[in-house]
Structure formats: structure tokens, C-alpha cells
Design a protein around this ligand. Structure first.
Ligand code: MRU
Length: 359
């Protein structure tokens, strides 16, 4: 199983982000254009890669981490043999690090490349490739392990995007659903729209690639469906899992966890090793990224008349907005953690992950 893209009428297997050896640059699927166009975006310098992360051309914590790792490898190439190599690398590290503050995969990706003893272009690129490949492989394992939770005829709710686009390949929370579907289980997925950046459209698009039955709902409708007994299971991803099991995930996750608790609905988060933050103890210590007000004030969609993407205003001028991109869900609201090492309880998390992120 890997990301199936239709490009020029053909189905091709491609990861969400990769190093193009021939062109010697970083390539990624432009996620801003999904689902209306499938376009490959190229980054020839580390600054291009940092910009692509910041502008959400690449998104989803593990894909961001892989892009950042490649970005640092680009910086090593760019500044290799120059005076002040170490200072240049430090400043490239900081610039990449500042691109998205909440997803810890970004820091883990940078550290995975930087901590290597012999930092030279070949070694840095090799490390970045290992980091990205490991994420993709762990997505497969998460799918194999998590699919046991899926039974035919159930209704599953998911939030934000957790498919191959978000995880270099294969997906986190979407992987169990896709693998279960491919094995012949038949169920239904409710896809939260995920305002304001509407990551739900990537989830819907990825589920469509595999023919998985799904319905897109407004974020505010999820409580209604739970109260109607229409949701049996919630699976979503994480942008950072800290030592006590609290998670940062896309804004709206906390609302879902509280509602799930109220309705006794199992609530799982699925994530690879790169999303574990072994240096942070509780969710209170996680930095939450606040993004531009325009993301709430405006909407990006496809104009059928103009046949191109278009930004429209949703509000009158003069309104004030606040746009936290993530929220914290405390461990007591999480039923279990779907990881490449099994479905873990909160008490198993720390000893399973500690020392793994930097290896
Ligand atoms: O802002 P994004 O699109 O980078 O955020 C992605 C998420 O928050 C997702 O919820 C996801 O679960 C984490 S990545 C698999």
C-alpha cells in the first residue's frame, strides 16, 4: 500500500515528500492544491524547503519532519566547505525549526540529521532518507496493528488528515482504515471537515483513492452524530505525544475527546516514533502554533466558473480572529495509542518510546 496518485490519467506510486537524486532537490506533493490538482513542488535550497513547510505546501507532522530533515541535508550541501559552516548550519536549523512550532517530528527530523558525528553532505542526506523511510515503514506497521480495531459495519470518525500525504507514505490513523478495507471489511468513515484549513478534503481524497465509504461532516456536527449512536470509534493522529501521554493534535481534537468520553466512544491516536517528544513531560509544556487570521477570515476553494483555485472573504472587514492550529488532549481522555510497537496504554508509552526518537 502506498499513496496512489492519478497524474496524467495514470495511477502512480509516490511518497508525499522525497529527495530527487537526479535533480538533487527536495520534491513534495503540493498539498494546497489537493484535491483539485495534483502537482509536484520542488525546493532547490533549504530556504525553499522551510518556506514550503511554513506555507503548508507540505503538512502533517511526520511529512513535515521528513521535509525538515531533507532541508537540513540541503543546508549541509549548500554550505559545505564554506567558512563558518557550523554557524550556517545552526542558522539553517533554527530557520527550519521555526517553520512550524508544534509538530515535534520537525525537531526530531532535524536532530536525527544533525546529531550524526560526521556531518557531511553524503552522511546528512543518507540520514534524512533513513528518517523519511522509517516514517513510511512505520505507517505500514501502524496499519497492520490498528486494523484489528476495525470491524465490519462500524462507523468511524476521524479528524484532520492522517493518510500518506501526512506521513510520507502509508498514513497513521488512516492506515488501519485503508488496510482493513483492502482486506474486505466494510464500514463507514465520517470525515471531519477540519476548519479552517479543511484538511478533511485531503482525507476524503485519500479515502476515495481506495474506495473507502465515507461522508464529510462539519466539525460542529460530530457531537450530533455521537449522540445519535452513529459513531463507534474515533481514530486520529497526533502532532506531538509527550511523556505522560497528553497529545497535541489539530484544533478540535480536544472537543472530540470530551464528547467521546461523554458518549463512551473509544478514542485512539495513531502515530509513528517521530511524533513522540521524549523531552517534554506534559501537554502544558507544548507550544501551540497560532496561525494567520486570514485562514479563518477567508476560504480557499476551487471556482468552477474560473476553473482555478480562488480565495474568498467570509467576513466583513474589521472583525477580530484568533487561530490556534492545535489543541491539547489530556491522557485520561485517550483510550489507547496505536504505534508501530503495538496498541499501548498510557503507562506503557514512556518506556516504549524513550531513547527511540534519536536513534
Ligand atoms: O496543520 P497540519 O495540516 O500540518 O496538521 C496536521 C494535523 O494536525 C493532523 O491532525 C495529523 O493528525 C497529525 S499528522 C499525521
Amino acid at each position: 500500500m502506498s499513496l496512489k496518485l492519478r497524474i496524467d490519467g495514470k495511477t502512480v506510486d509516490t511518497p508525499a515528500v522525497w529527495w530527487d537524486d537526479a535533480a538533487n532537490d527536495v520534491r513534495m506533493i503540493n498539498q494546497i492544491k489537493i484535491p483539485f490538482q495534483v502537482e509536484v513542488h520542488s525546493c532547490s535550497t533549504y530556504r525553499d524547503t522551510a518556506k514550503a513547510i511554513k506555507e503548508m505546501i507540505i503538512r502533517g507532522a511526520p511529512s513535515i519532519g521528513a521535509a525538515a530533515a531533507y532541508g537540513l541535508a540541503q543546508a549541509v550541501q549548500e554550505f559545505w566547505n564554506q567558512d563558518a559552516f557550523v554557524e550556517h548550519i545552526k542558522s539553517a536549523y533554527n530557520e527550519l525549526m521555526a517553520a512550524r512550532p508544534t509538530a515535534v517530528d520537525l525537531k526530531n527530523g532535524l536532530d536525527f540529521v544533525k546529531k550524526y558525528d560526521q556531518l557531511n553532505p553524503k552522511a546528512a542526506l543518507n540520514r534524512a532518507k533513513i528518517f523519511a523511510n522509517r516514517i513510511a515503514n512505520e505507517g505500514l506497521k501502524i496499519g497492520q496493528i490498528g486494523k484489528e480495531l476495525i470491524v465490519s459495519n462500524m462507523n468511524v470518525l476521524t479528524h484532520c488528515h492522517t493518510g500518506a500525504l501526512a506521513l510520507v507514505d502509508n498514513g497513521s490513523a488512516l492506515a488501519p482504515l485503508i488496510q482493513a478495507w483492502e482486506e474486505g471489511k466494510r464500514f463507514h468513515v465520517y470525515v471531519d471537515e477540519t476548519r479552517p484549513r479543511i484538511q478533511g478534503r485531503m482525507t476524503a481524497w485519500e479515502l476515495s483513492q481506495y474506495g473507502v465509504d465515507h461522508t464529510v461532516i462539519c466539525d460542529s456536527a460530530s457531537g450530533f452524530f455521537m449522540s445519535q449512536g452513529k459513531i463507534d470509534l474515533i481514530i486520529l493522529g497526533a502532532d506531538r505525544v509527550v511523556r505522560n501521554g497528553d497529545i497535541a493534535n489539530k484544533i478540535g481534537t480536544y472537543n472530540l475527546a470530551v464528547l467521546a468520553n461523554h458518549h463512551n466512544i473509544p478514542f485512539y491516536t495513531a502515530f509513528p516514533t517521530s511524533t513522540f517528544d521524549s523531552s517534554t513531560r506534559t501537554g502544558n509544556d507544548i507550544i501551540i502554533e497560532y496561525r494567520d487570521a486570514n485562514e479563518v477570515k477567508q476560504a480557499l476553494g476551487y471556482s468552477n466558473t474560473l476553473m482555478k483555485n480562488q480565495i474568498v472573504s467570509l467576513y466583513a472587514e474589521g472583525e477580530e480572529f484568533s487561530n490556534p492550529a492545535f489543541d491539547i488532549t489530556p491522557n485520561n481522555l485517550i483510550t489507547g495509542y496505536i504505534t508501530p510497537y503495538g496498541i499501548l496504554s498510557q503507562s506503557q508509552l514512556e518506556k516504549t518510546f524513550i531513547n527511540r526518537t534519536s536513534q
